[in-house]
Design a protein around this ligand. Structure first.
Ligand code: PRT
Ligand code: MG
Length: 214
């Protein structure tokens, strides 16, 4: 049995059409059922539903043979023990620094200065500001990062942006783009050896559904 880890929400929603194009359908709708293990139409393949940030952990330790994880989650996790054969180019967004519209970011990031940054992505934020030679005090949050600069909890946030509507609705300004993000297929390296044929077949079937890069 091959186990594919997906997270509910945009990763699941945007993976479904790729799976369908590869001839794989799911009988259950995770928004309607509370099942965490979903059978598929492909013999020997099942889907497990985990938290988006837990996908690399499941695959790393073999709780799932493969999974779909955002580039943000993978960089933050470190990606140890994971083979990353495909950029699925779904769930695209960017990781950015944002501040209050009235905050002088240029002054705050002069060499040797100090800035307080709230984020769920502490590893990425630490490295980004270290590269700029800026001292950073990190405040770890698990959600609603946008609130931090508005309440004085932090000067800046590091968060994902797609349309920019959330920043705009909260009078925040995107001042720096750290990286582009999309979801990738990740595979347990040991499973790739033990279940080579089944996994290769699935990876190739998914690869064949992707538009050619331009
Ligand atoms: O929600 P939960 O706490 O369970 O976990 P999660 O937030 O990690 O999961 P989910 O499903 O929200 O995100 C899964 C993956 O989707 C992320 O790891 C990203 O790789 C990818 N992705 C793509 C996004 C976005 N776009 C995105 N816009 N993840 C989150 N957002 C959020 C962002 O954090 C911000 O709050 O959407 C808001 C900004 O959107 P705009 O359109 O207003 O700019
Ligand atoms: Mg979310």
């Amino acid at each position: 049995m091959i186990t594919l880890a997906l997270s509910k929400g945009r990763i699941f929603d945007e993976s479904l059409p790729l799976l369908a194009a590869a001839g794989i359908t799911l009988a259950d709708d995770p928004d309607r059922s509370r099942k965490l293990i979903l059978p598929t139409s492909r013999d020997g393949l099942r889907v497990v539903l985990v938290r988006a940030s837990d996908v690399p952990t499941y695959v790393q330790y073999g709780g799932a043979d493969l999974g779909v994880a955002g580039g943000d989650v993978l960089v933050e996790h470190g990606g140890e023990g994971l083979y990353q054969p495909l950029d699925l180019r779904i769930a695209r967004c960017r990781m950015s620094v944002a501040v209050r519209a009235d905050f002088d970011y240029a002054a705050a990031v002069r060499q040797g200065s100090r800035i307080r940054v709230a984020t769920k992505y502490t590893a990425i934020a630490r490295e980004h500001f270290a590269d700029k030679g800026v001292h950073v005090d990190l405040v770890k949050l698990y959600g609603s990062m946008e609130l931090a600069p508005l309440t004085g909890l932090a000067d800046a946030i590091v968060d994902l942006v797609s349309t920019g509507a959330t920043l705009q609705a909260n009078q925040l300004r995107e001042v720096e783009r750290i990286m582009d993000v999309s979801a990738r297929l990740v595979v347990n390296q040991a499973a790739l050896k033990l279940e080579r044929e089944a996994l290769r077949g699935l990876i190739d079937a998914l690869a064949a559904t992707l538009p050619q890069p331009t």
